[in-house]
Design a protein around this ligand. Structure first.
Ligand code: IDP
Ligand code: MG
Length: 152
């Protein structure tokens, strides 16, 4: 089923010039870009976004890192998009992520893992995160010309 998911190139990915590479991978897979915003996250938004981790020992470092520089926030749409993006991202720790995944190809350290994507195992996380970062009017409705060749 077609769905939307929230994806973000984290500050390390932006600084390392990986926005284009990450966007390319998602585009070439056939996912459709629905929204994109280059922005700096403030502390309130970071604490909301990572609220599930507020009791973890790494929470302060995580909030400090995600607010430390610009990020590229996006919404992507496609069949099973949330889970498929997570598969393309690879394991949370780049040291365990398979080569061929984004984290496995571009990262080495757990605290610098390049990309965020909504967790498909956390019911409704995609919709919550999209709402947190984007207004409804920023989500663009259109068809890609290759849609009939991407889906049976
Ligand atoms: P995810 O990004 O793959 O969904 P989560 O467990 O939701 O992984 O953790 C959110 C982010 O927090 C990770 O992407 C990573 O940057 C950071 N993180 C997770 N676990 C640790 C840890 O044990 N130490 C330091 N940072 C961590
Ligand atoms: Mg997560």
């Amino acid at each position: 089923m077609s769905e939307r998911t929230f994806v973000m190139v984290k500050p390390d990915g932006v600084q390392r010039g990986l926005i284009g590479e990450i966007v390319s991978r998602l585009e070439e897979r056939g996912l459709k870009l629905v929204a994109g915003k280059f922005m700096q996250i403030d502390r309130d938004l970071a604490e909301d976004h990572y609220g599930e981790h507020e009791d973890k020992p790494f929470f302060d470092d995580l909030v400090g890192f995600i607010t430390s520089g610009p990020v590229f926030a996006m919404v992507w749409e496609g069949q099973d998009a949330t889970r498929q993006v997570r598969r393309m991202m690879g394991a949370t720790d780049p040291a365990d992520a398979q080569p061929g995944t984004i984290r496995g190809d571009y990262g080495l350290d757990l605290g610098r893992n390049v990309i965020h994507g909504s967790d498909h195992e956390d019911e409704g996380a995609n919709e919550r995160e999209i709402d947190l970062f984007f207004d409804e009017v920023e989500l663009v409705d259109y068809e890609r010309i290759d849609e009939t060749w991407l889906y049976e």
